[in-house]
Write a protein that binds this ligand. Structure first.
Ligand code: SF4
Length: 695
């Protein structure tokens, strides 16, 4: 209860991977009063501007309330009959790999579980991928290469106890604001040092002790250099190295790399290395600036190499910490909702794992190889190899690289289904079938944040008549496709219990993800589930991983990898002389489907813009607030100029949020090539090459 005497409901903010707890109270007029949950371990009562404005974004004004086929309202029975029939017919004619799901880190774990089970277990294809591919697939790949599983070793508490926090490719102040506030509190309390590694000077640099504005994509060279300094400075943890293989090769490769490619001043590099080496408690936080790169997986492993060589992992106040962009990117990873993963951190390529999951699900044979990852999926749709596509809670016509091409691919796909809460996204307008889904404040389920904490999302507003829960829509289609027993779910609690029971198999195979201790929650206990960090099994509960080794490769050892710096895929030249970095702003979220509904959030930065250095502005004869045309080999955009020395000459920054609805030429991802990391399949969204001219 708050001061009003009305009951509050505990839930979770739906925006970023910090996973803040919220207390929600309906205002009786369709809106919500929102405050931070003082008992949630991710935020202890704090909220950022987006979380605090949640109550302004829940109106019904933009809601899709009934299924549509070809723009005409139809019944649920007709719409789902069409979806099931078209998917079944396509599979019968062209095989299971002719269909695909493209889903979202906005899904709750229970929704994600059903989608993954339907595609991998019963349709028999691994063609399910998610917009998390654009967010942190490189971290997944890096973790699996180093640790043998996709494990986040540390916790948020490590930020409270660290002596040094290094932010790599992370504007934590804007993109994970509550974690940033937590870091600043630690700095006030115990003088935590902060180093930012980022090509541009962001808000996260305001309180930093050092900012290294390295050349885009050169992170591997910097961390390779750090590894050589660790070695020469006597900072290796020789005792811990018995848990690690590959050290000699990694060090040899590190010496072969050239720190000069970072473009950094030697004195600044020396200071970074000295601080990193002398600070026993060092946390390296990394995010999209690391992940969204054609060498993203190598960047992650270059960071992990340094932590493994020093044994700085899995203990209080130290370790690598990947922070995810979406509220449930981690839940999606747990259920295997990526094209290259099986459920519960089991491996698609492992016959024993496949057999165990197949037996548990009672399904047909599971696919033996990865399916199509996001960029490849839409290319396959463009080429007619994917003929039926179901897009759930995401807007790839705006957010995918080469967005114009992706929009054409969706438009030309034989059959496209879109599930969303609104019909007014660029992607929804291209759908053959539109399915109305329940929204954040109406749904029940769980999400997992960046430090493995599972939190309940609870319904607090009545769903309008019409929309249905995603798990229920997917299960209904599964039943109509002939798998009635496997998809006979009646509640998200039932799905959660099944997922938790499946994780016991992962535990028996010695995998990290084990929540079998939650498999017998009854409905009331599920509803009351407090924030819970996994693993939750008979033998382990919460805590950190790897402090004493215990990695998930067969030999129990971690792997250090030999790595060499690689340039971004696209090279600047006379035609496209600028490097374009894309990213988020403080008060908008993804393609603005929710945050644009809040006037105060939209007031922060009201229109799409491009940041450029004063020297570049002078050369282009551009004044502040002029319109600037950016052109690449893939598309163009027209953006408002902001002139700032936060940018390095030759480099531009533009936010990725705006859609055709708000700014017809503000879709910045139309400029970005679809080049991807060869290991993770994550696109390079921060190193496009463009031309710029005054409009
Ligand atoms: Fe929501 Fe992230 Fe802000 Fe927390 S930090 S309130 S999870 S947007």
């Amino acid at each position: 209860m708050d001061g009003s005497g009305l009951p509050e409901t505990r839930s979770t903010c739906p925006y970023c991977g910090v996973g803040c707890g919220v207390l929600l109270r309906p205002d009786g007029q369709g809106g919500l009063a929102v405050r931070g949950d003082p008992d949630h371990p991710a935020n202890w009562g704090k909220l950022c501007s987006k979380g605090a404005a949640l109550g302004e974004t829940v109106g019904l004004g933009e809601r899709l309330l009934a299924p549509q086929i070809a723009g005409q309202q139809v019944t649920w029975d007709h719409a789902l009959g069409q979806v099931a029939a078209r998917f079944s017919k396509t599979i019968a004619q062209h095989g299971p790999d002719s269909v695909a799901f493209y889903v979202s880190g906005q899904l709750l774990t229970e929704d994600y579980y059903v989608a993954n089970k339907l595609m991998k277990g019963f349709i028999g294809s691994a063609n399910i991928d998610t917009n998390s591919r654009l967010c942190m697939a490189s971290s997944v790949a890096g973790h699996k290469r180093a640790f043998g599983t996709d494990t986040v070793p540390g916790t948020y508490e490590d930020l409270d106890e660290a002596d040094l926090v290094v932010l790599v490719g992370s504007n934590l102040a804007w993109c994970h604001p509550v974690l940033y506030q937590r870091l600043l509190e630690a700095r006030r309390q115990r003088g935590t040092r902060i180093i930012v590694i980022d090509p541009r000077r962001t808000a996260s640099c305001d309180q930093a002790d050092l900012h290294l504005a390295l050349e885009p994509g050169s992170d591997v060279a910097l961390f390779n250099h750090l590894l050589t300094r660790i070695y020469e400075g006597g900072a290796l943890d020789k005792s811990y190295l018995r848990h690690v293989s590959g050290f000699d090769d990694a060090l040899h490769a590190a010496y072969a790399d050239d720190i000069a490619v970072t473009g950094l001043e030697p004195a600044a590099v020396a200071q970074f290395c000295a601080e990193w080496i002398r600070s026993e408690r060092v946390v390296t936080v990394y995010s999209q600036g690391v992940n969204q790169s054609t060498s993203g997986s190598d960047k992650v492993n270059a960071i992990l190499n340094c932590h493994l060589a020093t044994g700085r992992i899995g203990k209080p106040g130290l370790g690598p910490l990947s922070v995810t962009g979406q509220p449930n990117a981690m839940g999606g990873r747990e259920v295997g909702g990526l094209a290259n993963m099986l459920a519960c951190h089991l491996d698609l390529e492992n016959a024993d794992h496949r057999a165990a999951v197949r037996g548990f699900w009672g399904s047909g044979p599971l696919p033996m190889a990865p399916g199509r990852k996001a960029v490849d999926m839409f290319r396959a749709a463009e080429e007619g190899r994917i003929k039926a596509l179901w897009i759930i809670h995401t807007n790839p016509a705006v957010s995918m690289p080469d967005a114009d091409r992706v929009a054409r691919a969706i438009a030309n796909c034989d059959f496209t289904v879109v599930s969303d809460i609104t019909a007014s996204t660029d992607t929804a307008r291209l759908a053959d079938v539109l399915l109305p889904a329940t929204a954040w404040a109406e749904k029940s389920g769980t999400v997992t944040n960046s430090d493995r904490t599972i939190s309940r999302q609870r319904p607090v507003l009545p769903a309008p008549e019409g929309p249905r829960d995603d798990w229920a829509i997917l299960a209904d289609v599964g039943r109509r496709m002939g798998w009635a027993a496997a998809f006979d779910y009646t509640s998200p609690a039932e799905i959660f219990r099944e997922h938790a029971a499946l994780s016991a198999i992962a535990g028996r195979f010695g995998r990290d993800f084990d929540i079998s201790g939650l498999s017998d929650l009854d409905d009331n206990a599920y509803d009351a589930l407090p924030p819970t960090r996994w693993p939750v099994s008979q033998t382990k509960r919460g805590g950190r991983f790897f402090g004493d080794g215990g990695f998930f490769h067969r030999d129990g050892k971690a792997r250090m990898l030999p790595l060499r710096w690689r340039e971004p895929a696209a090279r600047t030249d006379r035609r496209y002389p600028f490097r374009l970095n894309t990213g988020r702003i403080r008060d908008q979220w993804h393609t603005m489907t929710r945050t644009a509904l809040s006037p105060r959030l939209s007031a922060h930065l009201a229109e799409p813009f491009v940041d450029l250095h004063p020297e570049d502005a002078a050369r282009l004869d551009v004044a502040a607030a002029d319109l600037v045309t950016l052109t690449s080999a893939h598309g163009s955009a027209i953006l408002r100029a902001r002139i700032t020395d936060a940018q390095t000459p030759g480099q531009l920054f533009a936010p990725m949020h705006w859609t055709a609805e708000y700014a017809p030429k503000g879709r910045v991802d139309a400029l970005v090539a679809g080049a991807t990391d060869p290991v993770s399949g994550q696109p390079e969204s921060k190193a496009a090459v463009v031309a710029a001219a005054r409009f």
